[in-house]
Design a protein around this ligand. Sequence first.
Ligand SMILES: Nc1ncnc2c1ncn2[C@@H]1O[C@H](COP(=O)(O)OP(=O)(O)OP(=O)(O)O)[C@@H](O)[C@H]1O
Ligand SMILES: [Mg+2]
Length: 277
Amino acid sequence: MDLERINRFVSDVEKSIKSPAHAVKGEEYLTGVDLGTSYIVIVVLDSKRNPVACDMEYAEVVKDGLVVDFTGASNIVRRLKRNIEERTGIELTKAAIAVPPGTGKRDADAHRYVVEGAGLNVTAILDEPTAANSVLNITDGVVVDIGGGTTGLSIFENGRPVYTADEPTGGVHLSLVIAGQYRISFDEAEKLKKTKERQKEIFNVVRPVIQKMASIIRKHIKSFKVDTVYLVGGTCCLEGFENVIEKETGIKTVKPSNPLLITPIGIALNCSDKEGD
Ligand SMILES: Nc1ncnc2c1ncn2[C@@H]1O[C@H](COP(=O)(O)OP(=O)(O)OP(=O)(O)O)[C@@H](O)[C@H]1O
Ligand SMILES: [Mg+2]
């Protein structure tokens, strides 16, 4: 894994949020839609995997990986799609999507219908940590995707996933603890958690929750030979998050520069060139 190259790639995707590329005639575009508990994210790449556009919206339409507000979710995807189309001149026709590991067919279909309802042909449904590994390209180790509501985990050996799991814990729990500690609303706690100047103080409040997340990782990897933990998902954005995981698991822990974008980018990388499925 080449962390420098990954960080450059992610930073180019970040730049495309403000400055998207413009349509090139005859170009095939790859789209990834990540329907998360906290964010719905769309990433568009060109056929050479160059970042083209990215947009996201905070939303509470998915809970623990399950769609709970179908119309709301579809409306957000449609809005994000239209905004990107207006800014780039590209017509988005197809997309890959991802669900937490172990999601049943019926729930995965709900994700598919949300995205199809927004006018995108779904070309692939992946599991989230596997999507993330399309960016990381690790052959051995564990990819842990700590999002808003879920922690997904995939262990890789010789480049293949040998174990996946999903646990109902994520950034929402950090925010609930912050809300309780400061006696503020959940929305205020979400904001406070992301305030750079308060990160040190906040970190002390949420450390026990992060330690609990580390113990969940430890529990899942205990029967495997894992020498590196790779952290993705927005919750890992917290400064120093990786240090707690490394200390508690005793395993080398690696975190890319913007962990929130890794899974959405990985989903886009898996949008096949063929339409339909
Ligand atoms: N800078 C930040 N510092 C701390 N937490 C952050 C930061 N940015 C985002 N988060 C948290 O990351 C979480 C969202 O991450 P992500 O987008 O990976 O989750 P999701 O895909 O929406 O959810 P899930 O995968 O669980 O369905 C939220 O809890 C959010 O508060
Ligand atoms: Mg996610």
